[in-house]
Write a protein that binds this ligand. Structure first.
Ligand SMILES: C[S@@+](CC[C@H](N)C(=O)[O-])C[C@H]1O[C@@H](n2cnc3c(N)ncnc32)[C@H](O)[C@@H]1O
Length: 315
């Protein structure tokens, strides 16, 4: 028996069968309109070349890292950096054709594969930045530093012309030394909950919580990303109504956050069971569009007190 407040999303056999019938399978694919808000079950390496050119305003990629790990029925095997680079070349350059000329692409990585991913990105995209985010989870090492961070490479198709909505991702931080000018707060806001300032977001993110069993967004996918993290990428780099594509969708985080934020999505994964979780999360997103840690247009600091009536704002 799980803990009483374990909110991990699980599917029964009948529910999974019903959700599986909604997935698009390999075969002749529909056009752009028919691919909007869809989940494609199949091999991304085969499907990417079949998708329409320029379909995506934003692409978010969370590939298997260069580690041995089982995803559903398939095992991904750790290999040499050279072999991993060859594997990246089977899908990464193809993403440029799918991305609009003013579009952006983000690629997730851990410290081991970040360098090779950077090298491969350089030949196809313009790298704008590397975001590093703190992941609190993870075991300590006996003779090494505990691994507690991951990277996200931010790239664009064009070096200068791309969408970026800075205002939507500004951070709300507590003011330590509330400076006043003429008796009035200087660039900060006085509220009942304390004094806050909206600051420019940096490429170091320390406000995220990796999904765990008491969070509503948690599923049994082994490497699920936090909705709050994906929300930052989508808000900054896509306009409302834009299409966000994710070729390694897993449990559906990119699609779910796209829906919650009024964007369209297209996702691929070759594991049917993960796409069924995604389909279930997408249905739930229609009734519960909250994103843990983001409410009222504000990204709250990790474990900050949620605003009244917002149980899910912590995180
Ligand atoms: C790191 S996980 C993505 C997790 C996802 N961001 C989430 O929040 O749930 C990578 C996913 O890629 C899928 N995958 C690996 N190789 C694939 C391929 N060739 N085609 C499609 N999906 C693949 C795996 O099944 C796995 O779910």
């Amino acid at each position: 028996m799980g803990a009483p407040n374990n909110r991990t999303l699980k599917l029964g056999e009948l529910e999974q069968a019903a959700l599986a019938s909604r997935l698009i399978r390999p075969g002749p694919l529909p056009g752009v309109e028919g691919l909007s808000d869809q989940l494609l079950c199949g091999d991304a390496i085969k499907l990417i070349p079949q998708l329409p050119a320029g379909i995506a305003d934003l692409i978010i990629v969370d590939p298997p890292y260069n580690l041995s790990r089982t995803f559903g029925a398939t095992e991904f095997r750790e290999s040499s950096t050279d072999v991993y680079a060859v594997w990246i070349r089977t899908w990464l350059p193809g993403l440029r054709r799918l991305l609009k000329d003013d579009g952006s692409l983000y690629v997730c990585a851990d410290w081991r594969c970040s360098g090779v991913i950077q090298r491969e990105l350089e030949s196809t995209f313009h790298i704008q930045n590397r975001i590093t985010w703190e992941r609190e989870k993870g075991r300590g090492a006996k003779a090494n530093w505990k691994n507690a961070s991951e990277d996200i490479w931010f790239c664009t198709a064009d070096p200068d012309r791309y969408y970026f909505d800075l205002e939507s991702v500004k951070l709300r931080r507590k003011v330590i030394a509330p400076y006043r000018k003429g008796g009035q707060p200087k660039d900060w806001e006085q509220t009942e909950r304390g004094n806050f300032r909206r600051t420019h977001p940096s490429n170091l993110w320390t406000d995220l919580t990796v999904p765990f069993w008491s969070m509503a967004e948690n599923t049994e996918h082994p490497t699920q990303k936090p909705e709050k993290l994906i929300a930052k990428l989508i808000l900054a780099s896509s306009a409302p109504g834009a299409l966000v594509f994710d070729p390694f969708l897993g449990s559906g985080t990119t699609a779910v956050v796209a829906r919650k934020l009024g964007r369209k999505f297209l996702g691929i994964d070759r594991e049917e069971s993960y796409l069924c979780l995604a389909a279930k999360r997408l249905a739930l997103a229609r009734v519960s569009p909250e994103i843990q840690g983001y409410s009222d247009g504000v990204f709250w600091e990790r474990n900050s007190t949620p605003p009244a009536g917002r149980r899910d704002a912590e995180g």
